[in-house]
Write a protein that binds this ligand. Structure first.
Ligand code: ADP
Ligand code: MG
Ligand code: ZN
Length: 480
């Protein structure tokens, strides 16, 4: 029987706050063990938590950007379990209702079609501390600096079908949350990590199979490897006629294998109950409105806007993919440049130049205002395509004002027809043999004559118009 993978993700992102979720201890990374602690985050009897308002804002902001419903009122619960680095004996988390419900994020499916990975919920919770095993002394130490650090957990529906889709989803989500400032997203410091749920089912079935849950992956590469390993492992179990067990697994990145931590039978009973020390979390309509106004344009919205300005598909995609390109475009556009001409200049010359230099468009000395001026000179025919190509490298590198360069170097394309015709006549007169050949039907020779005319005009003739005037001059036998 052919089986298909079904994957759901639970992502923990550390909220970008200076202080912890329920106290004012700093969230900084790498401090001396147990220095960023107080009676609240070490779970002293009688210490009372106080809600970090910025954490709520960031969680709501993530929800808005992901198209989720943000609840005006949500609750914290105690999720009870024992662990040495969990000083309260419970994690303060949200069960029902969480701060956000629903929403989703679009990715490309494996068959290339567009697909939306739905979200089940986003809830807030505090992080645990850290156990440090000292092998040499044979003891375990506890560092509570991280205890109480604010997290959101984003839970997807099981809508993902492969490791590639999972990694694309995670990269997109990570990029979005970092851009929003919801998290700093430094994965090596544990600020963005993910649990992966994988099961197999007969292709086409709508029932879910039994899943393995791989805990705490902190790199995109490990996520991909762990999923592929788990799919192979479960396929092997089914192929041998066995049953996959519901298990919590650990991914050993050195071996590239998953290993069982505990089975369903050993699963925790968390005895969730409402945390009596905290009032309900409120998100007012006014706050939501402010957050919505602060939200940057989504990639989908930006793409639609660019296409509306008359850009080609590929150009819109390019501007969205290159870091800083869209912002550069918007600024140059705001300075009055024609969007299409601007997009063409950026696509053909400016972005390739930036890439060669390994610099972002916004760091270039050729500021958006100068690009607008260049687009203007292209638009009114002052500078021809070829001239722009010739000048571009210098303009971009030195941040020169193109209008000034044109003025100082007399580079403007010749627009006076009389002057142009005179140049054509001189070329025909100087090359009687070639002109005769053209007259006899050797049309290809015209490009030779156009070349001569470009040279004579120091590149200031427009090649297509030059060709037309040359034909005219040849027809008139080089007469004036
Ligand atoms: P738990 O809290 O025990 O981990 P949830 O029901 O909250 O369980 O599900 C957690 C994640 O696992 C979600 O992302 C969900 O989509 C995913 N998931 C649930 N069942 C399956 C399954 N059979 N196969 C793959 N993913 C699953
Ligand atoms: Mg889980
Ligand atoms: Zn504290």
């Amino acid at each position: 029987m052919e089986m298909e993978p079904v994957i759901g993700l639970e992502i923990h992102a550390q909220l970008n706050t200076r202080t912890k979720l329920f106290c004012s201890c700093p969230t900084e990374f790498g401090a001396e063990p147990n220095t960023n602690v107080c009676e609240v985050c070490t779970g002293q009897p009688g210490a009372l938590p106080r809600m970090n308002a910025l954490a709520v804002e960031l969680a709501a902001k993530a929800g808005l950007a992901l198209g989720a419903r943000v609840n005006g009122r949500s609750l914290f619960s105690r999720k009870n379990y024992f662990y040495p680095d969990l000083p309260n004996g419970f994690q303060t988390s949200q069960l029902d209702p969480p701060v956000c419900e629903g929403g989703g994020l679009g990715i490309a499916a494996d068959d290339g079609s567009a697909k939306r990975v739905r979200l089940n919920r986003i809830h807030m919770e505090d992080d645990a501390g850290k156990c440090v095993h000292d092998e040499r002394r044979g003891i375990t130490l506890v560092d509570l600096n991280r205890a109480g650090t604010p997290l959101i957990e984003i839970v997807t529906e099981p809508d993902i079908s492969s490791s590639r889709e999972a990694v694309e989803f995670l990269r997109k989500l990570h990029g979005l949350l970092v851009r929003l400032g919801v998290t700093r997203g430094r994965m090596e410091e544990g600020e963005f990590r993910c649990d992966v749920n994988v099961s197999l089912r007969p292709r086409g079935s709508s029932r879910l199979g039994v899943r393995g849950e791989i805990k705490n992956l902190n790199s995109f590469r490990f996520v991909g490897q762990a999923i592929d390993y788990e799919i192979r492992r479960q396929s092997g179990v089914y192929a041998a006629g066995g049953q996959v067990l519901q298990e919590t697994l650990h991914f050993d990145s050195a071996k590239g294998e998953t290993r069982s931590l505990r089975s369903k039978e050993e699963a925790h009973d968390y005895r969730y109950f409402p945390q009596p020390d905290l009032p309900p979390v409120q998100v007012s309509p006014e706050l939501l409105e402010r957050l919505r106004a602060e939200l940057p344009e989504s990639p989908e919205e930006a793409a639609a806007r660019l296409l509306g300005l008359g850009l080609k598909d590929g150009q819109a995609r390019l501007l969205l993919e290159r870091r800083g390109a869209l912002e550069y475009f918007d600024r140059a556009h705001a300075a009055g440049a024609s969007p299409q001409r601007l997009a063409a200049l950026m696509e053909e010359l400016f972005l390739p130049f930036c890439q060669r230099e390994g610099a972002g468009p916004l760091d270039s000395p050729f500021a958006p205002g100068l690009m607008a001026s260049l687009a203007g000179l292209a638009g009114d025919g002052t500078l021809g395509r070829r001239k722009i190509q010739e000048l571009s490298e210098r303009l971009f590198r030195e941040g020169l004002d193109p209008a000034r360069v044109v003025r100082e170097q007399g580079l403007a394309q010749i627009s006076d027809e009389g002057e142009l015709y005179e140049l054509a006549r001189q070329v025909v007169e100087a090359h009687p043999g070639e002109s005769a050949k053209y007259r006899q039907g050797q049309e290809k020779i015209l490009s030779f004559l156009v070349g001569k005319m470009m040279k004579l005009s120091a590149g200031r003739a427009e090649p297509r118009r030059a060709g037309e005037l040359l034909k005219e001059a040849i027809a008139r036998g080089g007469e004036g």
